[in-house]
Design a protein around this ligand. Sequence first.
Ligand code: PHE
Length: 340
Amino acid sequence: LKSDLLSLVSGASDLPALEEARVAALGKKGRITGLMGDMRALSPEERKERGQQLNALKDEVAAAIEARRGVLAKEALARRLEAERVDVTLPARPEAQGRIHPITQTIDEIVAIFAAMGFTVAEGPEIEGEFNNFTALNMPANHPARQMHDTFYLPAAPDGTDRVLRTHTSPVQIRTMLAEKPPIRIIAPGRTYRSDYDQTHTPMFHQVEALVIGEDIHMGHLKGTLLEFARAFFGIDDLPVRFRPSFFPFTEPSAEIDIGCSRKGGELKLGNFGDWLEIGGSGMVHPKVLENCGLDPSRWQGFAFGMGIERMAMLKYGIPDLRTFFEADLRWLKHYGFVP
Ligand code: PHE
C-alpha cells in the first residue's frame, strides 16, 4: 500500500493530479482514512500498534505530497516565466499620430482672432428652412438671387415645412437675431452646400459669417474689423483690404471684400502689391432683414460678412487644389495637416 501511494504521488505530473492523489490517500474517503476507520473492530492493544503504523504511513505520504507539491510549483513557475518572457530587443510597434485637418485648423485660427475682438461663436443646422436661408434674408420665393445658389432641396419635413441644405451661413444671422436681444457680436463658421463641382467649387464647403448689431454701427466698423482680422489671420501687417461695390439682397450697401496680392510670374503672393483678390461678401444689414427679425431699423444697425474658409486656408497654407480638401487622402493630410 505504501509504495502504491508513494508512486501515485511521485507520478502526479501537475498540481491537479497531485491533489487527486492526496484525496485518494488522505481524503475523507481515502485509503488511509478508510484503514483508520477499520480500527474500531480491533482490540485496544492491536489498535494502538495499528494506529502507530497508520500514523507513520500518513505522515510519510503527507511529507511526500508536500515535497512533490514544491517540485511541481517550481516547474509551473518556470514554464510561466518562459512563456511570458518579454523580448526587449523587439522593435516597438509604429505609433500613428493623427493630424488636424487644415479646415479645422483654419476655423480655430479664425475663431481665436474674433474671440479676442469680443465675438462669440454661434451655430445653426446644416438643414435649414427656406425662411431662414432665403425669405428672411430678403430673398422671397422666385427672387432671382435664389437661382444663383444652386440649392439642394430636400423633401419636406413630416410637419410639412420645406427643407434645404443651407447654401450659406447667413441663416445663422436670422437665428441669432430671432433668439437674442442686441447688441450682438457673433461669428458662425460651418458647412454650406451648393450643387456645383469643378476646380474651384465643391458641393460641400465652409463659410464663416459675422454679424454685429448695435445702436451706432456703421461701415467704418465693418472695414476696421475686416482689416484687423485679415492682417492678423495672414500675418501681414500692411495687408490692404478694399471694398468693391456689390449686391446682396440682405445687405445695403453691399461690398465684396478684396485683399492685396501679386500675381507676377503666375505666383500668387499676398501683400501690398497693387493687385486684388476676393475673399468674401459683406455689407450693412438690410433694414428689411432687421424688421424680419423683429428689430426696429431706426434704432438698430449692423454689419455682416461671409468668407470662404477653403479659400482662406489655400491662401495661407499654399494649398493649390480645392478638391483635395475632401478626398481624405492620408498622404495629403500628412503633408498639409497640423500636428496637434
Ligand atoms: N452669404 C453671402 C454668400 O454666401 C456672403 C455674405 C454674407 C454677404 C454676409 C454679405 C453679408 O455669398
